[in-house]
Design a protein around this ligand. Structure first.
Ligand code: AMP
Length: 140
C-alpha cells in the first residue's frame, strides 16, 4: 500500500484542518461532506491509514461498516430521508478523489436526483446546522 499521509482526510484526522464532525470513536470519524450530493451527505472514515477498502483488515472493515450503518440510520431520521444511498469508491478509475478509504452516506428524497460528485461547496452555516442536528441524534 502506498498511502499518502498528506491527503485531506489524514489532515482532518490529525486536526490540521477543520471538519463538521458528527461522530468519533477510537477507530472511526464521521463528518459532513463539504460538497454534498444531497442535504445531510456524511462521510465515514477509519482512523487507520488506508487508501482503499482492500487495505483494511476484516476487523477494521467490520467496525467501519457498523459505524456507517449507525450514521445512516441516524441521518435518515435527522434529515427525514425517503431512502439512503451508501457509496464507496476504490481508485481514481472508480471515482475516488480522496485517497483515504471512506463511505458516503447520502440521504435520498423522492423525485430528487443527486447533485454532482465533488462539485459545489455548501454554505458553511447550513453544514454546521446539519452537523449539529445529526450530532444530537448520534450523541444524545
Ligand atoms: P471520493 O470521490 O469518493 O473520494 O469522495 C471524496 C469526498 O470528499 C467528496 O464527496 C468531496 O466532496 C469530499 N470532500 C473533499 N474535501 C473535503 C473536506 N475538506 N471536508 C469534507 N468533505 C470533503
Amino acid at each position: 500500500m502506498n498511502y499518502n499521509p498528506n491527503n485531506i482526510f489524514a489532515k482532518i484526522l490529525r486536526g490540521e484542518i477543520p471538519a463538521y464532525k458528527v461522530y468519533e470513536d477510537t477507530q472511526t470519524l464521521a463528518f459532513m461532506d463539504v460538497m454534498p450530493q444531497s442535504d445531510g451527505h456524511t462521510l465515514v472514515i477509519p482512523r487507520v491509514a488506508a487508501e482503499t477498502l482492500f487495505d483494511l483488515s476484516t476487523e477494521e472493515l467490520q467496525s467501519l461498516i457498523a459505524v456507517t450503518q449507525r450514521i445512516a440510520i441516524a441521518a435518515k431520521r435527522a434529515f427525514h430521508a425517503d431512502g439512503m444511498t451508501l457509496m464507496q469508491f476504490n481508485g481514481s478509475a472508480a471515482g475516488q478523489t480522496v485517497p483515504h478509504v471512506h463511505f458516503h452516506v447520502i440521504p435520498r428524497y423522492n423525485g430528487k436526483s443527486l447533485q454532482s460528485h465533488s462539485r459545489t461547496m455548501a454554505n458553511n452555516e447550513l453544514l454546521a446546522q446539519h452537523a449539529e442536528h445529526l450530532r444530537a441524534l448520534l450523541n444524545p
